[in-house]
Every structure is written in structure tokens, then in C-alpha cells.
Design a protein around this ligand. Structure first.
Ligand code: FEO
Length: 395
């Protein structure tokens, strides 16, 4: 059901408490999500974005209990991805001629997905739409935040930025506002969203954030399309994005490994011990990749200054879990981070060299030749792993 936001602006989205995977199975969403759609009822009635496809009928049925669908003058499609455009086909069955305002790239993405030729009105940064009562919608292209078709819509008068994916998080809540949810959950999910979705686009993001700040628009509310609406100090999340977009790192070293018969696991623990001995201030975290959520680990990589990756050698190679995770790190284009490698082996022992190559290829600065150990680590090998940890901490 609709929820009042401010004056004549309402939330009409869907809270998805059950969601545990997003983008197919690519992204874990432990705390659900929401698809925030907004209804503006000034002299003109405007719908901003819709919801994910499985909720299309529910969304349109609910909307029809709130208003006569024919009263919708304008639809704004800030982004064509199916979690926001998924109810358009259902909606347009009822109001096929209603204009849809979006970027030219969104026309391509919407036509490409739904094969429909709706009444598109393409807009660019700075274009305005009069909605009556002295208020306007101003469009701001947000290309690569996170699709080429993304844009935000700013509502004058009420000073609301409808930011779509930007500044959102996958967090299901009835509470709706940033000041009414658990702050730990909110920032954990916000940084996870940034690390796993936005990080590859940091150079474009930095330019766009500068552009948004330079517009000097009074922003009282940032109404995202996932998770909470930022009404309490909304610029706090913009400031976080500025930090995160500048090759963010904390004083953290993360050891990530997979293991077959626990030899590489033992090395991981000893390396962590050495890091802790050498630097009492650094945060050291250790994760078995096969027993952890890859997207949570990416968030830890995002926060790290150095990652230490371990794999035993298996058939002249690394374990496939480690190979897949290194692929994911490469895809997310981390910058300014260091890496080191370790692993046990029985016969040929290529894993450390291969990890070094992959991490360099993923954009990390490889800071050592790594540490490899034949068979199970004995007392000397364990002490050597502690030493290796001390070396990593010092670099
Ligand atoms: Fe929430 Fe890019 O869709």
C-alpha cells in the first residue's frame, strides 16, 4: 500500500522480504530488498519507476486501488533494468499511450527487453518537465551509475532526488527511512552494494558525483529505488560515495583461501598470526572461500589494503573456487590494493605463481613471490608462514 513521503509524493513500491539472490544468482541479498516506486500527485500525476517483474500484477493492482490509472500523465523510467521496469508491460496494457520519459539509452534497453514501442520521450541532463503547482522535474543523466541508461530525477519545490540505484542498498524494511533502521545493517548493505555493483565504474562515478555536488541543488530527500529513503542528513550517503569512489581502503588485511586437506588452511592461520604480531593496529580477517559468501568477501576486499590469497596446487592449477573469486575481483576493477599468495602442494606446486599472475592481471600490486610449502606444514614451515605474515604486514 502507498506510504506518504512529503506533500503530494508517495511510495508505491514493493518490499521483497524473501529475496536472497539478485542479478540471477550473482549477488547475495541476505536482508531482502525493495523496489521503490514513487507517485507524485501535483496538477500532473507522475509515476517514477515500477517494480521487479514477478510483482508486476500486484503492483498495478495496488496502484489501481489508489488512483484511476488513466490519471497518470507521465511515467519516468530512471533505468531500464527489470527490477525497476518489470511492471511496465502490465501497466502499459491499461494506459498504452502514456508518455515514458527516459534517456535514449533507456529506450534501447526497454525496447530490447520488452519489444514494445511505447510513447517514449527522451531526455538529457538539464531537461525539465512542468508538473504544475510551480514544481518541475529536472532530469540528470547518470550513465554508468550503473547502466548506460541510468538517470536521476530531481523534483523542485519538495527538493527530492529520485536517484534510482545510486545510494541504494538491498535491505527490506517497513520503516522506509534511513533514520528508522538499524544503522549497522544500513551501512553494511550500502557498502556491499557499492563494492559489488558500482566499484568498476569509479572513474565515471567520481565525475558524476562532482557534477551532482556542483549543481548545488537543495536536496532534502534522496529517494532511492532499493532500501531506505535518505531523509536524515541525506548528503551523508553522497559523502560516503565520494570516499568509496576514490579507491577506498581501510587499515585491513584479508586472508582468503580454499584448502583440500587443511594444509593451506593452517598456513592461512599462521600468516594471519604473523600479520597480527607485526602490526597491532591492522584489522586481520581470515576466510575460507568455500565456506563464505563471495559477495560478502568482495566487501572485505573492498575495505582491505592488502589481500592474501591461498590455494593448494591441484592438477597443476589453483582450486576452481579461488580461480572464480580472482575472476570476480578482476571484474570489479579494484585499484590501489596489494596482494600476496600462498599455498601447499604435493608435487608440482604451481598455485602460488598462478595466483600472483592472476592478481597482477586483476590490477593488484603483487608485493612478494609468495609462500609455498610442500605437503603438510611442519613446525618450521608454520614458523615460516608466520614470518611471511610479518613480511606482508610490513609491505
Ligand atoms: Fe536496481 Fe540496476 O537495477
Amino acid at each position: 500500500m502507498k506510504k506518504h513521503i512529503k506533500n503530494n509524493v508517495f511510495w508505491v513500491g514493493k518490499v521483497d522480504w524473501e529475496l536472497r539472490k539478485f542479478h540471477g544468482d550473482e549477488l547475495s541479498t541476505h536482508k531482502g530488498s525493495s523496489y521503490n516506486s514513487y507517485l507524485i500527485r501535483e496538477e500532473k500525476t507522475v509515476l517514477i519507476d515500477t517494480v521487479w517483474l514477478p510483482f508486476a500484477k500486484e503492483f498495478v493492482d495496488n496502484l489501481a486501488t489508489e488512483i484511476d490509472l488513466n490519471e497518470i500523465d507521465y511515467i519516468i523510467a530512471n533505468h531500464g533494468e527489470v527490477d525497476h521496469s518489470g511492471a511496465l508491460c502490465e501497466l502499459m496494457k491499461h494506459i498504452p499511450d502514456t508518455p515514458i520519459y527516459c534517456t535514449s539509452n533507456a529506450v534501447k534497453s526497454l525496447k530490447g527487453q520488452y519489444h514494445c514501442d511505447w510513447n517514449f520521450k527522451t531526455v538529457k541532463t538539464g531537461d525539465k518537465l512542468d508538473i504544475g503547482s510551480g514544481k518541475e522535474l529536472i532530469f540528470v543523466e547518470m550513465a554508468m551509475l550503473h547502466w548506460p541508461d541510468s538517470m536521476a530525477t530531481y523534483m523542485t519545490g519538495d527538493n527530492i532526488l529520485f536517484s534510482n540505484d545510486a545510494f541504494g542498498q538491498h535491505l527490506a524494511t517497513e520503516a522506509l527511512y534511513n533514520d528508522r533502521v538499524d544503522q549497522g545493517d544500513l551501512f553494511n548493505e550500502s557498502v556491499k552494494y557499492f563494492a559489488n555493483i558500482l566499484n568498476p565504474f569509479n572513474p565515471m562515478l567520481r565525475r558524476k558525483l562532482d557534477e551532482i555536488i556542483a549543481l548545488n541543488l537543495p536536496i532534502e530527500i534522496i529517494a532511492t529505488s532499493h532500501g531506505v529513503i535518505w531523509r536524515d542528513n541525506p548528503m551523508q550517503i553522497v559523502e560516503k560515495y565520494v570516499q568509496w569512489a576514490h579507491d577506498y581502503q581501510e587499515n585491513q588485511i584479508t586472508v582468503i583461501y580454499d584448502t583440500m586437506w587443511n594444509g593451506t588452511k593452517l598456513l592461512a592461520e599462521k600468516i594471519a598470526e604473523g600479520i597480527g604480531q607485526a602490526d597491532r593496529d591492522v584489522v586481520v580477517k581470515v576466510y575460507n572461500l568455500a565456506k563464505s559468501d563471495a559477495n560478502d568477501l568482495i566487501t572485505e576486499v573492498f575495505k582491505s589494503k592488502t589481500v592474501v590469497i591461498g590455494s593448494p596446487t591441484m592438477a597443476n592449477n589453483v582450486l576452481h573456487s579461488v580461480a572464480g573469486f580472482m575472476h570476480l575481483m578482476k571484474q570489479l576493477k579494484f585499484k590501489g590494493k596489494k596482494a600476496a599468495a600462498f599455498g601447499c602442494y604435493g608435487w608440482s606446486g604451481e598455485s602460488v605463481k598462478l595466483i600472483n599472475e592472476s592478481m597482477a592481471n586483476a590490477g593488484f600490486e603483487v608485493i612478494s613471490e609468495g609462500y609455498r610449502n610442500p605437503w603438510n606444514p611442519d613446525a618450521d614451515a608454520q614458523e615460516a608462514a608466520v614470518d611471511f605474515g610479518r613480511t606482508v604486514a610490513a609491505m
